[in-house]
Design a protein around this ligand. Structure first.
Ligand SMILES: [Zn+2]
Length: 238
């Protein structure tokens, strides 16, 4: 039983290797064994620190305020945007933060868990975007299938491809959930987590580039400001 779990975990860890940086990279099972020990120790510490009450609350159910679509990239994590992501962020992750191959998960978050924010996050130095902007015909068919959903120009600069893709994903979301946006039940935000400072707004900044399909910077600023002004309202103010 444990061996089976360990095998699955090792497979997952192997997948976490930089797939596009080096196609012929190999994992190291001995290093993985060391890491799984670290993971178990971290988890043991986590459950002690959080305590039983915290988990009792989680067991009651989830009411995530946001459905978040991000790239699987290991440099992108929830702690850069939410101090308490548990129960709060419904996470959908894939290569290239695209909706097409994870549509059911996004629909589940928006339609069934009724999260009022759909946040789509691209990031600087994205390997999926780099692959999609070049020739990826030699990659595994399943990877190609996911990259096919990323509609960007060949040879485009990485950060420009990232932005175009985020805007395309917001457009796809608006096509499906536009009525919810119109009715005031949903806010769709497209953003870029720019740890490389490619957008010159500061390294590590989460830059909003699209609000409900609107890409004009002045209008985005206005939309985010008016939302911030409403943060003292009670949760169920409707
Ligand atoms: Zn990426």
């Amino acid at each position: 039983m444990f061996k089976k779990q360990l095998t699955a975990l090792l497979a997952a860890l192997a997948l976490a290797a930089p797939a596009f940086a080096d196609e012929h990279a190999h994992g190291d099972a001995a290093a993985a064994q060391k890491f799984i020990q670290e993971i178990m120790a971290t988890n043991s510490h986590y459950d002690k620190v959080k305590g039983p009450k915290f988990f009792q609350e989680l067991a009651k159910g989830q009411h995530p305020r946001a459905t978040v679509v991000t790239c699987s990239d290991s440099r992108v994590h929830t702690n850069m945007l939410d101090k308490t992501p548990e129960g709060d962020l419904f996470m959908v992750r894939d290569i290239g933060n695209q909706i097409a191959t994870a549509k059911g998960s996004v629909e589940y978050g928006v339609n069934h868990l009724a999260s009022s924010l759909l946040l789509i996050i691209g990031h600087s130095k994205c390997g999926a975007i780099a692959a999609a902007s070049g020739d990826y015909s030699k990659l595994e068919p399943a990877i190609q299938k996911e990259l096919d959903t990323i509609k960007i120009d060949k040879g485009v600069e990485n950060i420009e491809g990232v932005k175009t893709n985020v805007n395309n994903q917001v457009a796809a979301a608006m096509e499906e959930f536009g009525d919810k946006v119109k009715e005031g039940h949903l806010l769709v935000i497209g953003a870029v987590y720019d740890f490389a400072d490619d957008m010159k707004q500061g390294a590590g900044k989460l830059n909003a580039i699209n609000v409900n399909g609107e890409t004009d910077p002045a209008k985005i600023k206005e939309a985010l400001a008016s939302k911030a002004a409403g943060e003292h309202q009670h949760e169920h103010h409707e």
